[in-house]
Ligand binder design. Structure first.
Ligand code: ATP
Ligand code: MG
Length: 177
């Protein structure tokens, strides 16, 4: 088989309550870039501060980060703002998956947007099903819905054994963000 024929895009889910979901996805990003793939990361979190991964991405060709915005400031209702922001991020994610330019698309923390009802799980599943055959998609976040687990090719559940946070150690730059 030629390399081209062996290439098959996979759907990978990192879920569970333990630390490591986003960082596992970023490890695959590192690997994909090394293989010359273009990579897009969509983060379904509020913009807030810049993380180490976003700072690094600014210097890396072929790697783009899309961070869910804060929504529209004139909207008084927070949930509706979050929903608009989540929908905007998903529209971008869906476009990136469908266009096939990126060999790897990461949908980081997308399970929150689905579990809060901000975006439709069926719409996510449809986008995964109809994606170009070579595109890998990694989805992260706690409580991955059963239908997503069913649709995925690889699912790993991070199980917390211990975390420094439990002894009052705050999140550390360079390791946690
Ligand atoms: P990371 O981004 O470090 O891979 P994650 O994606 O698995 O973590 P999230 O639910 O996205 O986990 O939370 C991110 C932040 O919360 C990180 O600062 C991480 O260290 C922290 N965190 C993750 N799991 C736990 C846990 N079980 N207890 C306390 N803090 C946690
Ligand atoms: Mg995470």
């Amino acid at each position: 088989m030629t390399e081209e024929r062996k290439r098959q895009g996979l759907v990978v889910v990192y879920t569970g309550d333990g630390k490591g979901k986003t960082t596992a996805a970023l490890g695959a990003v590192f690997r994909a870039l090394g293989r010359g793939l273009r990579v897009a990361v969509v983060q379904f979190i509020k913009g807030r501060w810049k993380t180490g991964e976003r700072l690094f991405a600014e210097r890396v060709d072929g790697l783009s980060f899309h961070v869910m915005g804060l929504g529209f400031t004139w909207e008084s209702d927070d949930l509706s703002r979050d929903q608009r922001a989540a929908r905007g991020a998903w529209a971008e994610g869906k476009r990136l998956i469908g266009e096939g330019e990126s060999g790897l698309v990461v949908l980081d923390e997308i399970t929150y947007a689905v579990n809060y009802g901000f975006i439709e799980l069926d719409d996510v599943l449809a986008a995964l099903r109809s994606r170009p055959a070579h595109v890998h998609v990694i989805l992260t976040g706690r409580n991955a819905p059963a239908a997503l687990v069913e649709a995925a090719d690889v699912v790993t559940e991070m199980r917390p054994v211990k975390h420094a946070f439990e002894r009052g150690v705050p999140a550390q730059a360079g390791l946690d963000f």
